[in-house]
Design a protein around this ligand. Sequence first.
Ligand code: ADP
Ligand code: ZN
Length: 739
Amino acid sequence: MRPRLNPVPAPELLQKPVVGVLLPLPLAGAYDYKLPAGCHAARGALVSAPLGNREVLGAVWGAAEGAVGDNRLKIAEPLEGAPSLPPKLCDFIDWVAEYTLNPPGAILAMALRSRGAFEPEARRIAYVRGTATPPRMSAGRARALEVAGDGLARSVTGLAEDANVSPAVVRGLIQAGALVPTELPEFLPYPAPDASFAAPSLNEDQAVAARALRDAAELRKFSAHLLDGVTGSGKTEVYFEAVAEALRQDKQVLILLPEIALTVQFLDRFAARFGVRPTEWHSDLSQKERRRAYRAVMRGEARVVVGARSSLFLPFPELGLVIVDEEHEQAFKQQDGAIYHARDMAVVRARIEDCPVILASATPSLESFVNATSGRYTHLRLSMRHGVAEMPQVKLIDLRHERDAPGVEHKAQWLSPPLRDALDKVLAAGEQAMLFLNRRGYAPLTLCEACGHKFTCPHCSAWLVEHKYKRRLACHQCGFELPMPSTCPQCSQTGTLIPCGPGVERVAEEFAAFFPAARYSIASSDILHGPAETQAAIRAFAKREIDVLIGTQIVAKGHHFPQLTLVGVVDADLGGSDGDLRARERTFQLLHQVSGRAGRAEKPGLVLLQTRNPQDAVMQALARGDRDGFYEQERGFREAAQSPPFGRLAALVISGYDGEAVRGIARVLGKAAPAARDVKVWGPTPAFYALLRGQTRERLLVQAARGVDVQAYLKAWLKLVKVPASVRVTVDVDPVSFF
Ligand code: ADP
Ligand code: ZN
């Protein structure tokens, strides 16, 4: 990927009173507007532009197209006092739009996603000690004045609280002139991180990697680095050294994490190293917090931002380092709206900003692994855990043989005898264990024993998952819910419905039956077990208030639990057989990450993988600890199949409520696909979820050789077919999942 930058418009072009203004809407491109007389504006300047009968916030984008006569143009008013979008952000927006085949306005919308951030900052009123003495003095009044005597400005309630008086007492003092109003800025500034606050002493491996990254940050040029270190090797400590260097260089830093759930532990870790918490940016922030963060980034006051993928579009005026942690995570791919991969676009942003980018992972994506081993990225390896911790021992449990004998009184369904023995030992030793199953709820399928009826979602091609605590059946795709029925809706018999297969709740139930004295919790990203509850479970586990954590992939990543010595993977085969090109890579990454939670401190760790395919290459690589062997083999497969990164893919998803229309357009598109060298088009076929939230979905897949300009091909193709408003065609360049 090489950014094809739009030529930066010559300044004299923008001296003209007519300019192109990009609006944050999925429209074709920039529109011409007139600027008020005598006004000049550069690319990125924010304006308020009339559109129909409303005013829209937009950005001056470049020279006018000139198709409409000057006298018919409307006037765009520059926003008073607001900073401009940095020109490099504008270039980045153009690049992403071009690459993902989205209208630039749709990408600009992601960069302007903070309502009110451009309006003049609101002021808050606070009170300080005035000169007047109140005519009447009471004990409360005296106390309030004494507190106010320290000179700090406080709100009415703030002072009332500090002085332990009622707000009425404070108001009385204001009326008497003993307290006088003063104005404070709406937001307190973010304190600056201190690069030298608590620098760690690094081990030898770490020091080598840290030096390379520090040098890169000091050089202030584009460079890409894969920080490839085993779980527990201290990747965070190492890239913090690059952060420190960028701070010393007076540059801003962006750290991307795949999930909000991971930020909590991260913020504290950052504070331990740099003295203060970084600025957060993600969808859980309130409108006001977003406004505060956005402003601070735009004005260069926020020096380090930690955020989810959307933080990639923040208006950093002096970005000097981008870090993508757990870079292999699929969560970096945004699947709705404008579809883009935040990891790939992070590399692009760094290239445009001309600054280094660090991708960190213990299980890199195959793309990054190939880039690193071929020399496009520098490859920094940390092959040992920090301190005395060793890599855990990984053993396979062959579920075809390791089961309770048929006659056994208490027969387990999900926890094999060797796994239970290991749990026994760990609990007896007062250590902790984790049971992992990547499936939420109680049972993934409910079946009627009598007639074979399966409960499926009315809006999706998906089974309804039983949630036992909630006594409901739920669709994990659209959220549709049903109270747990007692009779079969098809044959009307009662007591014939049986749960099939396990989810975490069911594993927990079996665990509790075998280990009634053990303290355990379930952690899963669930409608029921929401983020707060999951955080609470993780915190309780870290504090050793519980012995066993039973969880989905939410517990697999990033967490550091020193007393955790056993990880049991209930079904290692899950997800391995769904046939898409990344299924093996994903299974390996996930199981390797889960395994990496075990034995991260003094005590050695053991990982038990329950499988029915112990000979499978993924299982064998995990058991042998042969990560690179697995990657080399996978690279071979991909190269032979000309799949990414050795070839290119793009998907078209055709969707809509009118199934016939969707299938019709899919067929027409399929037939219209232009013939081109080194390009193959597959489909249309029904998508994996052929029905999703009530919409029918069809897919077409473009497979092309590496050198092919896929965007040009797609553009030419899409021009050939007129799509009615009832059908949507979504372009997914470099798809990572095939649902
Ligand atoms: P990774 O991200 O590679 O899995 P972490 O960065 O989470 O590893 O490090 C694992 C643990 O080891 C953390 O608790 C971290 O604080 C600690 N650690 C790593 N390197 C050092 C160091 N040089 N000095 C002190 N503690 C370290
Ligand atoms: Zn559904």
